[in-house]
Design a protein around this ligand. Structure first.
Ligand code: GLN
Length: 285
């Protein structure tokens, strides 16, 4: 079958779940991964065909996409900040908003790291996407990353190897941690922050397949991770250290209050490209 004919059929079959643009982006992701072909190759060679064996692979992927399994889990990988990451159901699929947080940290620290050996800690690292992109782009920094899930840490370790960076991974439950035992120049975290009351906004592919441990918090204690991490950061940030958070877009005001109450200074709240309040930066003095 001609690939372009299959492409139309693939998009049509997913049309009740995904809009055309999304289904099309899945098609090209799979095409690149399974056939090492890009959109431009199809345009230049419109007569390219799928063999019977190809069709079997594609039809099986299509069936799983219809069950709303995220395409990144089906392919076992995704891209984040220009790097490749292995992903599976033990780790959250890295989000574009988080790339913006990483970019903020890199832009603010590129010059500093030239004359200072930065020590960075990522709390709740999951796939390792934040820690690893920072290690790659701030090559003089020493990067540490904590997670409560050993399975997530195994994936993160693999991702550090794939991306050829050194990150020290630590298995720890941050809620039970009394002291970080070292001083850090940067502490960053994208902890769970979705409340039950926001569940109806979460798509089925996320809800049914991504780790709830990485996503959800109790409605009446939504900032539990932020409070704990900010308290630890107060003790363990270096004098010029910075604390960066990805936050729940509906809790920007509460986040700023929390940081003010813990006497953080120069608190900055930033929006993501969708215009949602999505990240904060603050310092101890
Ligand atoms: N932004 C993620 C989502 O859309 C949530 C990430 C988190 O809870 N830290 O599902």
């Amino acid at each position: 079958m001609q690939i372009k004919t299959y492409r139309a059929q693939f998009i049509r079959e997913l049309s009740s779940i995904y809009d055309e643009g999304e289904a099309e982006s899945f098609f090209y992701l799979i095409l690149e991964e399974k056939k090492q072909l890009r959109r431009i190759d199809l345009a230049l060679q419109p007569d390219l065909v799928f063999s019977e064996a190809d069709l079997q692979v594609w039809n099986s992927i299509l069936e799983q996409l219809k069950l709303e399994i995220p395409v990144q889990y089906l392919l076992g990988k995704t891209h984040f900040y220009g790097l490749e990451f292995e992903v599976n159901e033990n780790v959250l699929i890295p989000r574009p908003e988080t790339e913006e947080l990483v970019d903020w940290i890199i832009q603010e620290n590129l010059k500093i790291e030239k004359f200072k050996d930065l020590k960075i800690l990522d709390i709740g690292t999951g796939s390792g996407c934040i820690a690893i992109s920072l290690a790659k782009n701030l090559p003089n920094a020493q990067v540490f990353a904590i997670d409560v899930s050993e399975k997530a840490l195994a994936t993160a370790q693999k991702n550090a190897e794939i991306n050829e960076v050194k990150v020290t991974f630590i298995h720890k439950n941050i809620l039970e941690t009394v002291d970080l035992e070292q001083e850090f120049d940067i502490i960053v975290s994208n902890p769970p922050y979705v409340r039950n009351l926001e569940k109806q906004e979460i798509k089925k592919n996320v809800l049914d397949h991504e780790p709830h441990l990485a996503l959800f918090v109790e409605d009446d204690n939504a900032l539990i991770f932020y409070r704990k991490i900010a308290e630890l950061a107060r003790k363990n940030l270096s004098p010029n250290g910075q604390l960066y958070f990805e936050i729940n877009q509906y809790l920007g005001k509460e986040m700023v209050e929390l940081l003010e109450n813990l006497n953080f200074a120069t608190i900055e709240l930033r929006k993501d490209i969708y215009g949602n309040e999505r990240m904060t930066r603050s310092s101890v003095q």
